[in-house]
Design a protein around this ligand. Structure first.
Ligand SMILES: Cc1cc2nc3c(=O)[nH]c(=O)nc-3n(C[C@H](O)[C@H](O)[C@H](O)COP(=O)(O)O)c2cc1C
Length: 208
């Protein structure tokens, strides 16, 4: 049995490119493992709170107020969901060159010293090992090469965040040029769907 944690963060709901590609990935993974256990969070429609001083105190020391205890409890729940997952499937649209603030807030609650990473003499060490992250990136523009490449604060940020907590097996699906007109959009979504069908069914081995 495989545990899949799905995180969506698009504000566009069913019209969202990243949500469509997440759905496609779930279909591919389910075809290989009909017993796939799916836990899903839509961070756009049900956001985790913005990280504030109560959250920082509640996560970094023994909580002493109701607000700090609530922040600690939320962090515990979100981390338990990641710990239980074999595969994380994360939708990350590009908003203003980076990831949605709702997705960033989720990371703020799961990057926790002593729990999901620790500092050692060798430097930081991620503790959420043995997992795969499938990251679906959607963008209106084109950043893979050329002058806009330096403005991509989406893919490198996600690589760093997942890598920092030890999730180093990262598979990226990219749909870009989505705002370049209907033909470019269809071509981009089509090629992302092909990649999903080819690569992610293999993740779970032979068909059930
Ligand atoms: C608030 C906002 C900011 C955006 N900023 C960018 C941007 O900086 N670069 C870009 O290429 N596209 C940008 N876009 C376009 C989205 O990346 C594009 O619509 C993509 O399809 C969003 O993913 P989704 O369809 O899963 O919601 C932005 C869209 C919104 C709504």
């Amino acid at each position: 049995m495989t545990n899949l944690l799905v995180l969506r963060s698009s504000i566009l709901g069913a019209a969202s490119a990243s949500n469509q590609l997440i759905d496609e990935t779930i279909i591919s993974l389910s075809a290989k493992d009909p017993n796939l256990q799916i836990t899903e969070r839509d961070l756009a429609s049900n956001p985790v709170p913005h990280f504030d001083s109560d959250a920082a105190s509640g996560l970094q020391q023994e909580p002493s107020t109701a607000e700090q205890r609530a922040a600690r409890a939320l962090s515990d729940t979100l981390i338990e969901e990641v710990q239980a997952a074999d595969i994380l499937l994360v939708g990350a649209p590009m908003y203003n060159f980076g990831i949605p603030s709702t997705l960033k807030s989720w990371f703020d609650y799961i990057l926790r010293a002593g729990v999901t990473f620790r500092y050692s003499e060798a430097g930081p060490e991620g503790l959420l090992t043995g997992k795969t992250a499938i990251v679906v990136l959607s963008r209106g523009g084109y950043y893979s090469e050329g002058p806009a490449a330096v403005m991509d604060a989406q893919a490198p940020h996600l690589r760093a965040l997942f890598g920092f907590v030890g999730i180093t097996d990262q598979k990226f699906v990219l749909a870009e040029k989505l705002a370049f007109g209907p033909e470019e959009r269809e071509a981009s979504l089509g090629s992302a769907k092909n990649k999903i069908r080819k690569e992610f069914e293999a993740l779970l081995g032979e068909p059930a």
